[in-house]
Design a protein around this ligand. Structure first.
Ligand SMILES: Nc1ncnc2c1ncn2[C@@H]1O[C@H](COP(=O)(O)OP(=O)(O)OP(=O)(O)O)[C@@H](O)[C@H]1O
Ligand SMILES: [Mg+2]
Length: 269
C-alpha cells in the first residue's frame, strides 16, 4: 500500500499560460478515502493527473511512496495509481466490454485465472456482469462510465482515483460507486474521488479536500468540512453544504453532514 505526497506542486498549462495548480502540498496515507471538491476549473483534474504521470509538474514534485514520480515510468505509475477519467469516451477504446476490462490487467502481466477473476470481480462490482460481449457504445453513457471504472478496478492498483464517478448516475449507479469505494477501502486501497455531488462526498469519504484557484483551501473530515463554520469557505469556491447539514444547523443539532447523521441527531435530541 502506498503513500502519496505532493510538494509545492505547480502546474502551468502552456496553452493560455493557465496556472492550474498554484502550490499544492498534500499527503495522502495508504487506505484513506479522500474526496476532492471545488468549483469548475479549480484544478482538481490537473492535480490527480499528476498522481499517475499523465501530467508532470511545472514546479514541485510528486512522491509515490517516497519515490519521485519523475523516476517512475508511466507503466510503473499505472501499476500503482489507477485513474478513471472524467469522460469515459476518452478512456474506452475496445470493441467489447470484456476486451476493455481485460486490457489493463493484461498489460500489468495478469493471465489465466488471475486475469479472469480480476475481470469478473470488476464487472460484478459495477453491475456489468453478463455484458462481456456488448460493444461499449451500446451501453449508454451512464453504464459506459461504470465500464471505465471497471476497467481500472480490474487492475487492482493500490490507489484508485475516480474523476467525477457519479455524474449522470441514478441512485442505483451512485450506490454501486459507493460500494466500489467501500470495498476498495476495505482492502486497504486508497480511494480519491473528485465530485460535485456533496451528498455522495459526505456519505462516502472520511476526508474532504476543497480546492479554489489551484490551491487547497480546506482539508477536513466531512463533519468539519460541512459544518456551518466552513460554509463561507465552501461558497467561496461555489459549493453548497448538503441539505442535511443545513437542516441540522437550523435545528441547532450541530454538524450533520449526512442524512444518517441528521436522523441520529434528531433521535438523540
Ligand atoms: N489541457 C489544458 N490546456 C490548457 N488549460 C487547461 C487544460 N486543462 C485544464 N486547463 C485549465 O486549468 C484550470 C484547471 O482545470 P482542471 O480541469 O484541473 O479543473 P477542475 O477542477 O477539474 O474543473 P472541472 O470541475 O470543471 O472538471 C482551468 O482554468 C482549465 O481551464
Ligand atoms: Mg475536472
Amino acid at each position: 500500500m502506498i503513500e502519496l505526497r505532493a510538494e509545492g506542486l505547480i502546474h502551468v498549462y502552456r496553452t493560455g499560460a493557465v496556472r492550474a495548480l498554484d502550490g499544492v502540498d498534500l499527503v495522502i496515507g495508504a487506505g484513506e478515502r479522500v474526496a476532492l471538491i471545488g468549483q469548475n476549473g479549480s484544478g482538481k483534474t490537473t492535480l490527480v493527473r499528476h498522481l499517475n504521470g499523465l501530467l508532470r509538474p511545472t514546479e514541485g514534485r510528486v512522491l509515490i511512496d517516497g519515490t519521485d514520480a519523475r523516476e517512475l515510468t508511466v507503466g510503473q505509475l499505472a501499476s500503482r495509481v489507477g485513474l478513471v477519467f472524467q469522460d469515459p469516451d476518452r478512456q474506452i477504446f475496445a470493441g467489447s466490454v470484456r476486451a476493455e476490462v481485460e486490457f489493463g490487467p493484461r498489460n500489468l502481466g495478469r493471465s489465466g485465472n488471475d486475469l479472469r477473476s480480476a475481470v469478473a470481480d470488476a464487472l460484478t462490482a459495477t453491475g456489468l456482469a453478463g455484458e462481456e460481449a456488448t460493444n461499449p457504445y451500446d451501453l449508454g453513457q451512464s453504464r459506459r462510465k461504470l465500464l471505465a471504472l471497471a476497467s481500472v478496478l480490474a487492475m487492482r492498483t493500490p490507489v484508485l482515483v475516480l474523476d467525477e464517478p457519479t455524474t449522470g448516475q441514478d441512485a442505483r449507479g451512485i450506490e454501486r460507486v459507493q460500494g466500489v469505494v467501500e470495498a476498495a477501502a476495505g482492502e486497504g486501497r486508497t480511494v480519491i474521488a473528485i465530485s460535485h455531488d456533496m451528498r455522495f462526498v459526505a456519505e462516502t469519504f472520511e476526508r474532504v479536500i476543497v480546492m479554489r484557484a489551484g490551491r487547497i483551501i480546506l482539508d477536513a473530515p466531512p463533519a468539519e468540512a460541512f459544518a456551518a463554520s466552513s460554509w463561507e469557505t465552501l461558497r467561496s469556491t461555489y459549493l453548497e453544504p448538503t441539505l442535511a447539514a443545513e437542516v441540522g444547523d437550523r435545528l441547532g443539532l450541530g454538524s450533520t453532514p449526512t442524512d444518517a447523521s441528521l436522523i441520529e441527531a434528531l433521535r438523540a435530541g
